[in-house]
Design a protein. Structure first.
Length: 458
């Protein structure tokens, strides 16, 4: 899979893999489940929540092997393990069984909860006999491990919330919505997981925080290696026009530099992304903005029913609606060559398109749970998108209407607004801010356990 994605010849790929495998700071998890995989997630879905339990246990066992090696070769060094979501959450109690000084950070991107019989994890190689009481279950554990194996069901992510030294969300809004029960109320987070997160937060607020994701340094049309037509602040309008024509050509849209394009760069899934919500509004949008020659473009994979729905709309509105399977280069071209990013997420852990968009002069329409969007206001001049507060077609149409009003401004006025937002965004959403916040979190974790580790150059 990695060789296919890298597009390297066999000789170059083997050489690159050798460099990685022999690097002293890289510890690969070797398993046939990964070696022979042809995609990251299960073959029957692109959804994050369906990566199977066998792969999760192999990941956890691989992390255990890394922990053992580090404990042998660097016995005096402080060690922090950053775990991600449900598929690695069970590594936390396992690592602490190796060495009680190991620290774990539970990085939380999505709220999917895998619930599986305890006996099943043991059958797959995750031996819990020494620490089974440190896991979170549907019922309290007894003093008999053998009996509990056939009685208890393990909650993977909630175990991470229970056992980790630090719980870290990737966005401020998603943590706030978990703590105020909104995620539970809309069916995204289980009641037990919500209660555990609130319990940890109320008992020690420092142990629950955020390290907001930020765009990469390449999320900038001045330097993005995937763009053939690069541009910056001064030529933001002419640069977007060049990329727009190329994007329209590749998508099969009508070539029309003056037609506004709404762009969907996300997975086509629900409930999170609001795919069905947006698709069901497209007929009205095509009618309402026929005179503006509105175009809508999807560069996305996802659930087949939504992909097929988008293809039906493409047939119904040829030249105005288009969908292509996800391709990284085409996706980046879309950010540069369109006018509006559509992000009607019902909830959003953080999201990057709306944070990257202003760098490209592409602002976002989003629901009020989405981080980083400030509604445009002409007096005083501020904002980088359009927020709607009612999660219905009326709210969505309001956001689109405001975006179309902005698009109709004169080129000179739009240039000033887009330049201002780009400069502000590049300064605010710098990946160094994320790195600084992450290091602060690790330093705080170490200080609580009276451990030290040099994390900053002096």
């Amino acid at each position: 899979m990695f060789q296919k994605l890298s597009k390297l010849p066999d000789k170059d790929y083997i050489a690159a893999l050798h460099r990685v495998m022999t690097h002293p700071n890289v510890h690969l998890i070797v398993s046939g489940l990964f070696k022979h995989a042809d995609r990251v997630y299960d073959d029957d879905s692109y959804s994050l929540i369906r990566m199977n339990e066998r792969r999760a246990i192999r990941l956890v066992n691989g992390i255990e092997g890394v922990g053992i090696d580090l404990d042998i070769y660097y016995p005096e060094a402080a060690k922090i393990f950053q775990l991600n979501d449900w598929s690695t959450a069970l590594a936390s109690p396992l690592l602490k069984d190796i060495n009680k000084r190991f620290l774990t950070e539970m990085k939380w991107h999505n709220s999917y909860e895998a619930i599986r019989p305890l006996v099943r994890q043991n059958e797959l190689g995750y031996s819990t006999k020494n620490f089974w009481k440190k896991l979170f279950y549907n019922d309290f554990p007894s003093y008999d491990h053998n009996a509990d194996m056939y009685r208890l069901y393990t909650y993977f992510l909630t175990t991470g919330f229970l056992d980790a030294d630090q719980i870290t969300a990737v966005g401020d809004n998603i943590l706030k919505e978990a703590l105020n029960w909104r995620l539970k109320d809309i069916g995204v987070m289980s009641e037990k997981m919500t209660q555990m997160l609130i319990y940890r937060h109320n008992n020690n607020p420092d142990e629950v925080g955020t390290v907001p994701n930020e765009p990469s340094r390449n999320a900038n049309p001045e330097v993005n290696p995937l763009l053939d037509y690069k541009y910056g602040t001064k030529d933001i309008i002419s640069g977007k026009w060049k990329n727009k024509v190329k994007f329209q050509e590749q998508m099969g849209l009508n070539i029309d530099v003056n037609a506004p394009i709404i762009y969907w760069p996300h997975r086509l899934t629900d409930p999170q992304k609001g795919s069905g919500f947006f698709l069901s509004a497209i007929d009205d949008l095509m009618h309402d903005y026929a005179n503006e020659r509105l175009q809508i473009a999807f560069v996305a994979n996802g659930d087949s029913k939504y992909v097929d729905w988008a293809k039906t709309l493409q047939s119904r509105y040829p030249g105005r609606v288009a969908i292509k399977h996800f391709d990284r280069k085409l996706s980046e071209l879309g950010k540069a060559g369109t006018d509006v990013i559509m992000m009607p997420s019902l909830y959003e852990p953080r999201g990057l398109p709306q944070l990257e968009g202003p760098n490209y002069g592409t602002w976002t329409i989003g629901y009020n749970c989405v981080d980083g969007i400030i509604s445009y206001d002409r007096f005083p001049d501020r904002g980088n998108g359009w927020v709607f507060n009612d999660y219905d077609h009326g709210g969505l149409k309001y956001g689109v209407g405001e975006a179309i009003k902005f698009y109709k401004l004169s080129t000179d006025v739009k240039r000033i607004k887009l330049q201002r937002a780009r400069v502000q965004n590049l300064k605010k959403h710098d990946i160094n801010n994320m790195l600084d916040k992450q290091i602060e979190t690790w330093e705080m974790m170490l200080a609580r356990k009276n451990q030290k580790l040099i994390l900053r150059a002096t």
